[in-house]
Design a protein around this ligand. Structure first.
Ligand SMILES: Nc1ncnc2c1ncn2[C@@H]1O[C@H](COP(=O)(O)OP(=O)(O)OP(=O)(O)O)[C@@H](O)[C@H]1O
Length: 349
């Protein structure tokens, strides 16, 4: 009998989209039967582990499976520039992938409050109030600038607001013709490489992508079910991307939007990120704060497994499956496309 994380046992694998995650890991370390993950229904998955134990690699394995699955529209937000390799030659079944380098996004995917947060302006300040009004009325940066210039407000506030909007323009990530849901909803996996961007514009792009896909599903504008995969997700919970991630986590299930998050610091993810995850893949963790962050919002059946079966080797995990209330010790399979996240070593230079 095969076991599918997020679905349980039974039925043949061909019937519904399923990804191969790896193999069961026996207590003596030997590997066993294959372990699969459900890609049919919407899920929130959290992949955690200390540096170098294979989080990004595991995210890549899930990405490969999604690229091959029917009926889904997977998008990876790639802050480290390590997932471009999904588009390289696969040593097995092909992995359809396309890479977008820092695609421009639509300014109106950020609400007025988020524009102020993005530009680090208090909405109560003169300049902040101007940016707030401009963002509420215009879909382009040019329109927002015009609004500020024409406003009946003190010159110093207007100059400060324009300077902040000029800064946003200099990031090169805003365009009212920016990326639309249809551009992201292809069956191939879309790798959005944001590695060249600072944290603020990186967050703006992630926010826009999350928001665009969520809205498109609520409006039934796209047929495929979007999956948003994000590495180093704590960076995005810290910025203007957070509301979009929280929306997917708390309200994504009904319209069918999934989120797969990876982080080395589960303690830096807000509790909603852990409590709403129905699948947790944990690589080795040693920090007490990180282990506590997982335990605090997860069911008690997880506690014992974390203590007794904490993985020790790279690529080894325990998987907590809330759908079936089961915990599995497993080893993640090898990637079929090259892994892009290896740290350089002085001895190899
Ligand atoms: N399942 C696996 N099978 C074989 N090798 C693996 C596996 N997972 C990880 N590795 C190896 O371990 C290395 C580190 O993995 P990875 O880059 O995913 O670490 P990480 O936990 O994301 O670390 P960081 O926080 O530095 O990004 C990889 O370069 C790869 O060579």
């Amino acid at each position: 009998m095969t076991f599918v994380i997020g679905r349980g046992e039974g039925e043949s694998l061909e019937k519904r989209p399923t990804g191969r995650l790896g193999t069961y890991r026996a207590l003596d370390g030997s590997s066993g039967a294959p372990l699969y993950v459900d890609l049919d229904g919407p899920h929130a998955m959290l992949v955690v582990g200390k540096r170098g134990y294979g989080k990004s690699y595991t995210l890549g394995v899930i990405a490969e499976a999604l690229a091959r699955a029917e009926g889904v529209a997977p998008v990876v937000i790639d802050p480290m520039g390590v997932f471009d390799t999904l588009a390289e030659q696969s040593r097995d079944e092909p992995v359809p992938a396309e890479v977008m380098s820092a695609p421009p996004v639509r300014p109106n995917t950020l609400d007025p409050r988020s524009w102020c947060a993005l530009l680090e302006l208090s909405p109560e300040s003169g300049a902040g109030a101007l940016v707030w009004q401009a963002a509420g009325e215009h879909d382009s940066l040019a329109g927002m600038r015009r609004h500020v210039r024409d406003a009946d407000a003190p010159g110093t506030d207007k100059r400060a607001a324009i300077n902040h909007l000029d800064l946003a323009d200099s990031w090169g990530v805003f365009d009212e013709e920016g990326v639309a849901a249809a551009d992201l909803a292809s069956p191939a996996i879309t790798v959005v490489d944001v590695s060249g961007l600072d944290s603020a514009p990186m967050n703006a792009v992630a926010r826009a992508i999350g928001e665009t896909l969520y809205r498109a599903r609520v409006d039934r504008a796209i047929d495929r079910l979007p999956w948003v995969l994000i590495d180093e997700v704590h960076t995005f919970f810290d910025g203007v991307a957070a509301p979009a991630l929280e929306t997917i986590l708390t309200r994504g299930r009904a319209p069918g939007v999934s989120l797969v998050m990876a982080t080395q610091r589960p303690s830096a993810v807000p509790p909603v990120g852990v409590s709403q995850s129905d699948v947790i893949v944990s690589h080795r963790l040693t920090s007490g704060a990180d282990i506590e962050a997982l335990k605090a919002t997860q069911p008690t059946y997880m506690d014992a497994s974390l203590a007794e079966r904490m993985p020790t080797e790279t690529g080894d995990v325990i998987v907590v499956d809330d759908a079936t209330e089961t915990v599995h010790a497993a080893t993640i399979r090898r990637r079929d496309t090259p892994h892009g996240g290896d740290s350089p070593r002085a001895s190899e230079q």
